[in-house]
Design a protein around this ligand. Structure first.
Ligand SMILES: Nc1nc2c(ncn2[C@@H]2O[C@H](COP(=O)(O)OP(=O)(O)OP(=O)(O)O)[C@@H](O)[C@H]2O)c(=O)[nH]1
Length: 667
């Protein structure tokens, strides 16, 4: 009840009708780090190297015919061909390959695998020492000059010196652009470690960051492309894209409803559905057979709950819909937030069964929390599916009772009445999902739209296609192609095309976009709103992590060690004071932060300053605060790019505030 009262007295209008807040009970653990093995570069398995971005082929001399048999590059190559890698455990193998990559990034293919391995292992996997050994050692490969070689310095200094200089330049460059060094980062020595959002220090890699003058005045074709024209050309004839998240309390029937809808639409083959029916029957879980369409893992099926967002696509008469089936269990709220981050609109599923709706709606239930979370993430259109009404014999009073309770709550949570649709349905029997119901008890009082008709009627939000390119990295993994690595995420703003350069922030790692896929189909360009996988080449995956932002090299995302934010506080156990630790959620980023200043308490209705430098903030207050981070993060002011300017603050598994970024400080 306490929370209900809190919500009731909130005023959300000051947040540009784009904003609402809620509280959630769950564990703070969020996105699991990508498994190192997924993207560890494996030369032993024949993958090509990541070194192309640094190697200057004109510097590497081609061999003469009269090459020295002992020292020639071709000898080195042959040496590599016949070389067998030593038997190592997985960890050492990863360290070795990582070191080899680092070295090859600097010296290219000058030395054979055999020599690299020997140098690395004799220096206990220390990349710097191994490099020194190779460059200063007796066994320098002899330089052979091609007649077209343009680098007289090589002749004078010798390749060893040149490479040493190059590596030193790189080291200096790295040091020069390093922004923050946390104790954790000092330990970072090699590229094989997995960079989770919690462990990676987003120092600028600086290895291939664009130079200052590259950003100024020297705009390439991607910068002057007309995004709208391109969008019209590429997508003009297609149906509109809509991203739909399905939310609600655990067991409300979300997966069953969407699985049944997909089946009725013909997206699930009859034979596959029959298989699910048989298998679920064997496990004594036949009532979950439609849920299996979306709950694909063994654990989800055994436990009968959704644990991670299920993805599917379907079409309505006017839209191509990407469906994200979010988990309802409170333990998986971070996964739900990830899904909701990608959504334009939502279906809120509630269980109409007597007692069940009440459990989901009361404190500790997820109905309110999910609704508040999606609202705070910018979702403003909602379909409330009053589900399992078959259990209530399609009773109109029950439907109205639930609708009225939710109407009141959702209005105060920041949803406009006109943007919320209520439908009665049954995910299990399929009533009112795709076709109008034939159930006499229902059609005697309900003449409204089906679930599919409501989805079709949603307005696709305006996409920020003209704005600078921004994409929050939600996963990093090894690609199936021969080079580079993959990142996936949703494009928050702007657009990209293959062969564009892009910058990863805050590490300032630059790469080239080699491939873009949407739903596993290759495309040449992608736009704000698209959920994509991008293959990057020329960038080091160790400088990329979940929560980082891939952005336009000419107009990069700002970096911050502090931000100012206007927040609404709710449901804090103890008042917020200076030094209060929180977890900042910004797109896929989960970052520890500290409330470093309480600048002002604001009037919830007018936004006027009520009190400067308040000593604490309590439930329901609206305030201007400053948040400090131990590491640099990539974030943007709401007024500059609203898609990048929303944040949520969580503590101990509870969302305690949501807000908008008003200022960026990079100290
Ligand atoms: N009677 C009835 N039962 C339903 C209906 N929809 C779902 N169920 C049952 O409710 C149970 C939970 O359904 P799920 O689809 O797994 O619920 P969920 O909301 O996806 O669950 P989580 O994703 O784990 O939160 C299953 O036993 C379903 O058969 C319905 O419309 N009527």
């Amino acid at each position: 009840m306490a929370r209900h009262r809190n919500v009731r007295s909130m005023q959300y209008d000051e947040f540009d009708d784009d904003f609402a807040v809620g509280s959630v009970n769950d564990e703070p653990e969020c996105i699991s780090p990508t498994d190192a093995q997924q993207w560890i570069f494996d030369r032993a398995r024949g993958q090509s190297s990541l070194d192309s971005f640094l190697s200057n082929n004109e510097d590497i001399q081609e061999e003469d015919d009269d090459e020295d048999e002992n020292e020639s590059p071709s000898k080195e190559r042959r040496d590599s061909e016949h070389f067998e890698f030593p038997e190592l455990n997985e960890l050492d193998k990863s360290r070795l390959l990582s070191c080899m990559d680092e070295i090859r990034n600097i010296i290219g293919e000058t030395y054979s695998d055999r020599r690299l391995v020997a140098a690395i292992m004799s220096n206990d996997y220390d990349f710097n020492k191994a490099l020194d050994t190779l460059l200063n050692g007796e066994s320098k490969p002899q330089v052979h000059h091609h007649p077209r070689a343009k680098i007289p310095d090589v002749v004078e200094k010798g390749i060893g010196e040149m490479l040493l200089e190059k590596s030193q330049q790189m080291k200096h460059q790295k040091e020069a652009v390093t922004v923050t060094v946390t104790p954790a980062s000092k330990n970072k020595t090699s590229g094989f470690e997995v960079n989770s959002p919690r462990t990676l220090t987003p120092n600028s890699s600086g290895r291939n960051s664009p130079q200052e003058d590259e950003n100024k005045g020297n705009r390439t074709k991607e910068a002057i492309r007309n995004a709208r024209e391109l969008f019209e050309k590429e997508r003009g004839s297609e149906k509109e894209q809509l991203h739909l998240v399905v939310i609600g309390h655990v067991d409300a029937g979300k997966s069953t409803m969407m699985g049944h809808l997909l089946f009725d639409l013909g997206n699930v083959p009859q034979r596959l559905m029959h298989k699910y029916e048989q298998e679920s029957k064997k496990m004594g879980k036949q009532s979950f057979m439609f849920a299996w369409v979306l709950d694909e893992t063994g654990e989800e099926r055994n436990r009968g709950i959704t644990m991670d967002c299920g993805y599917q696509r379907f079409e309505t008469p006017t839209k191509q819909v990407t469906l994200l089936d979010a988990p309802g269990h409170k333990d998986f709220i971070p996964n739900m937030i990830c899904g909701a981050n990608q959504a334009d609109v939502a279906i809120l599923v509630v269980d109409a069964t007597r007692g069940e709706f009440e459990t989901g709606f009361e404190q500790g239930g997820q109905t309110r929390e999910h609704a508040l979370l999606v609202r705070s993430l910018g979702v403003s259109q909602l379909c409330v599916a009053i589900n399992k009404l078959d259990n209530e014999k399609w009773n109109q009073d029950r439907f109205n009772d639930i609708m009225n309770k939710l109407k009141f709550f959702l209005k105060h949570a920041g949803f406009k009445d006109s943007d919320v649709h209520y439908i009665p349905c049954s995910g299990l029997t399929g009533e009112n999902l795709v076709k109008p119901s034939t159930e006499s008890e229902l059609i005697s009082w309900y003449k409204g739209p089906t679930l599919l008709q409501v989805v079709d009627s949603f307005k696709v939000p305006e996409r920020a296609i003209d704005k600078p390119f921004r994409m929050s990295v939600s996963d990093v993994f090894k690609g199936v192609g021969s080079s580079g690595f993959c990142i996936s995420g949703r494009i928050a703003s702007g657009h990209v095309c293959t062969n564009d350069k892009a910058l990863i922030c805050p590490s300032k790692e630059q790469g080239v976009i080699k491939h873009i896929t949407i739903d596993e189909f290759p495309v040449q360009s992608a736009f704000a709103g698209d959920q994509v996988s991008i293959t990057l080449t020329g960038a080091d995956p160790t400088n990329v992590s979940v929560g980082f932002i891939l952005c336009d090299t000419h107009n990069p995302v700002p970096l911050a060690t502090k931000i100012k934010a206007r927040i609404i506080v709710f449901n804090v156990k103890s008042p917020i004071t200076i030094g209060y630790p929180v977890l900042l959620h910004h797109h896929s980023l989960v970052e520890p932060a500290t409330v470093s200043k309480l600048k002002a308490q604001l009037h919830k209705g007018t936004g006027e300053i009520i009190k400067k430098s308040p000593r604490c903030l309590t439930n329901n207050s609206c305030a201007l605060i400053e948040l400090s981070f131990q590491r640099v993060i990539a974030i943007e002011k709401y007024s500059d790019l609203k898609e990048m300017g929303r944040i949520m603050l969580r503590v101990g598994g509870t969302t305690i505030a949501a807000g908008l970024v008003t200022d960026i400080i990079n100290s």
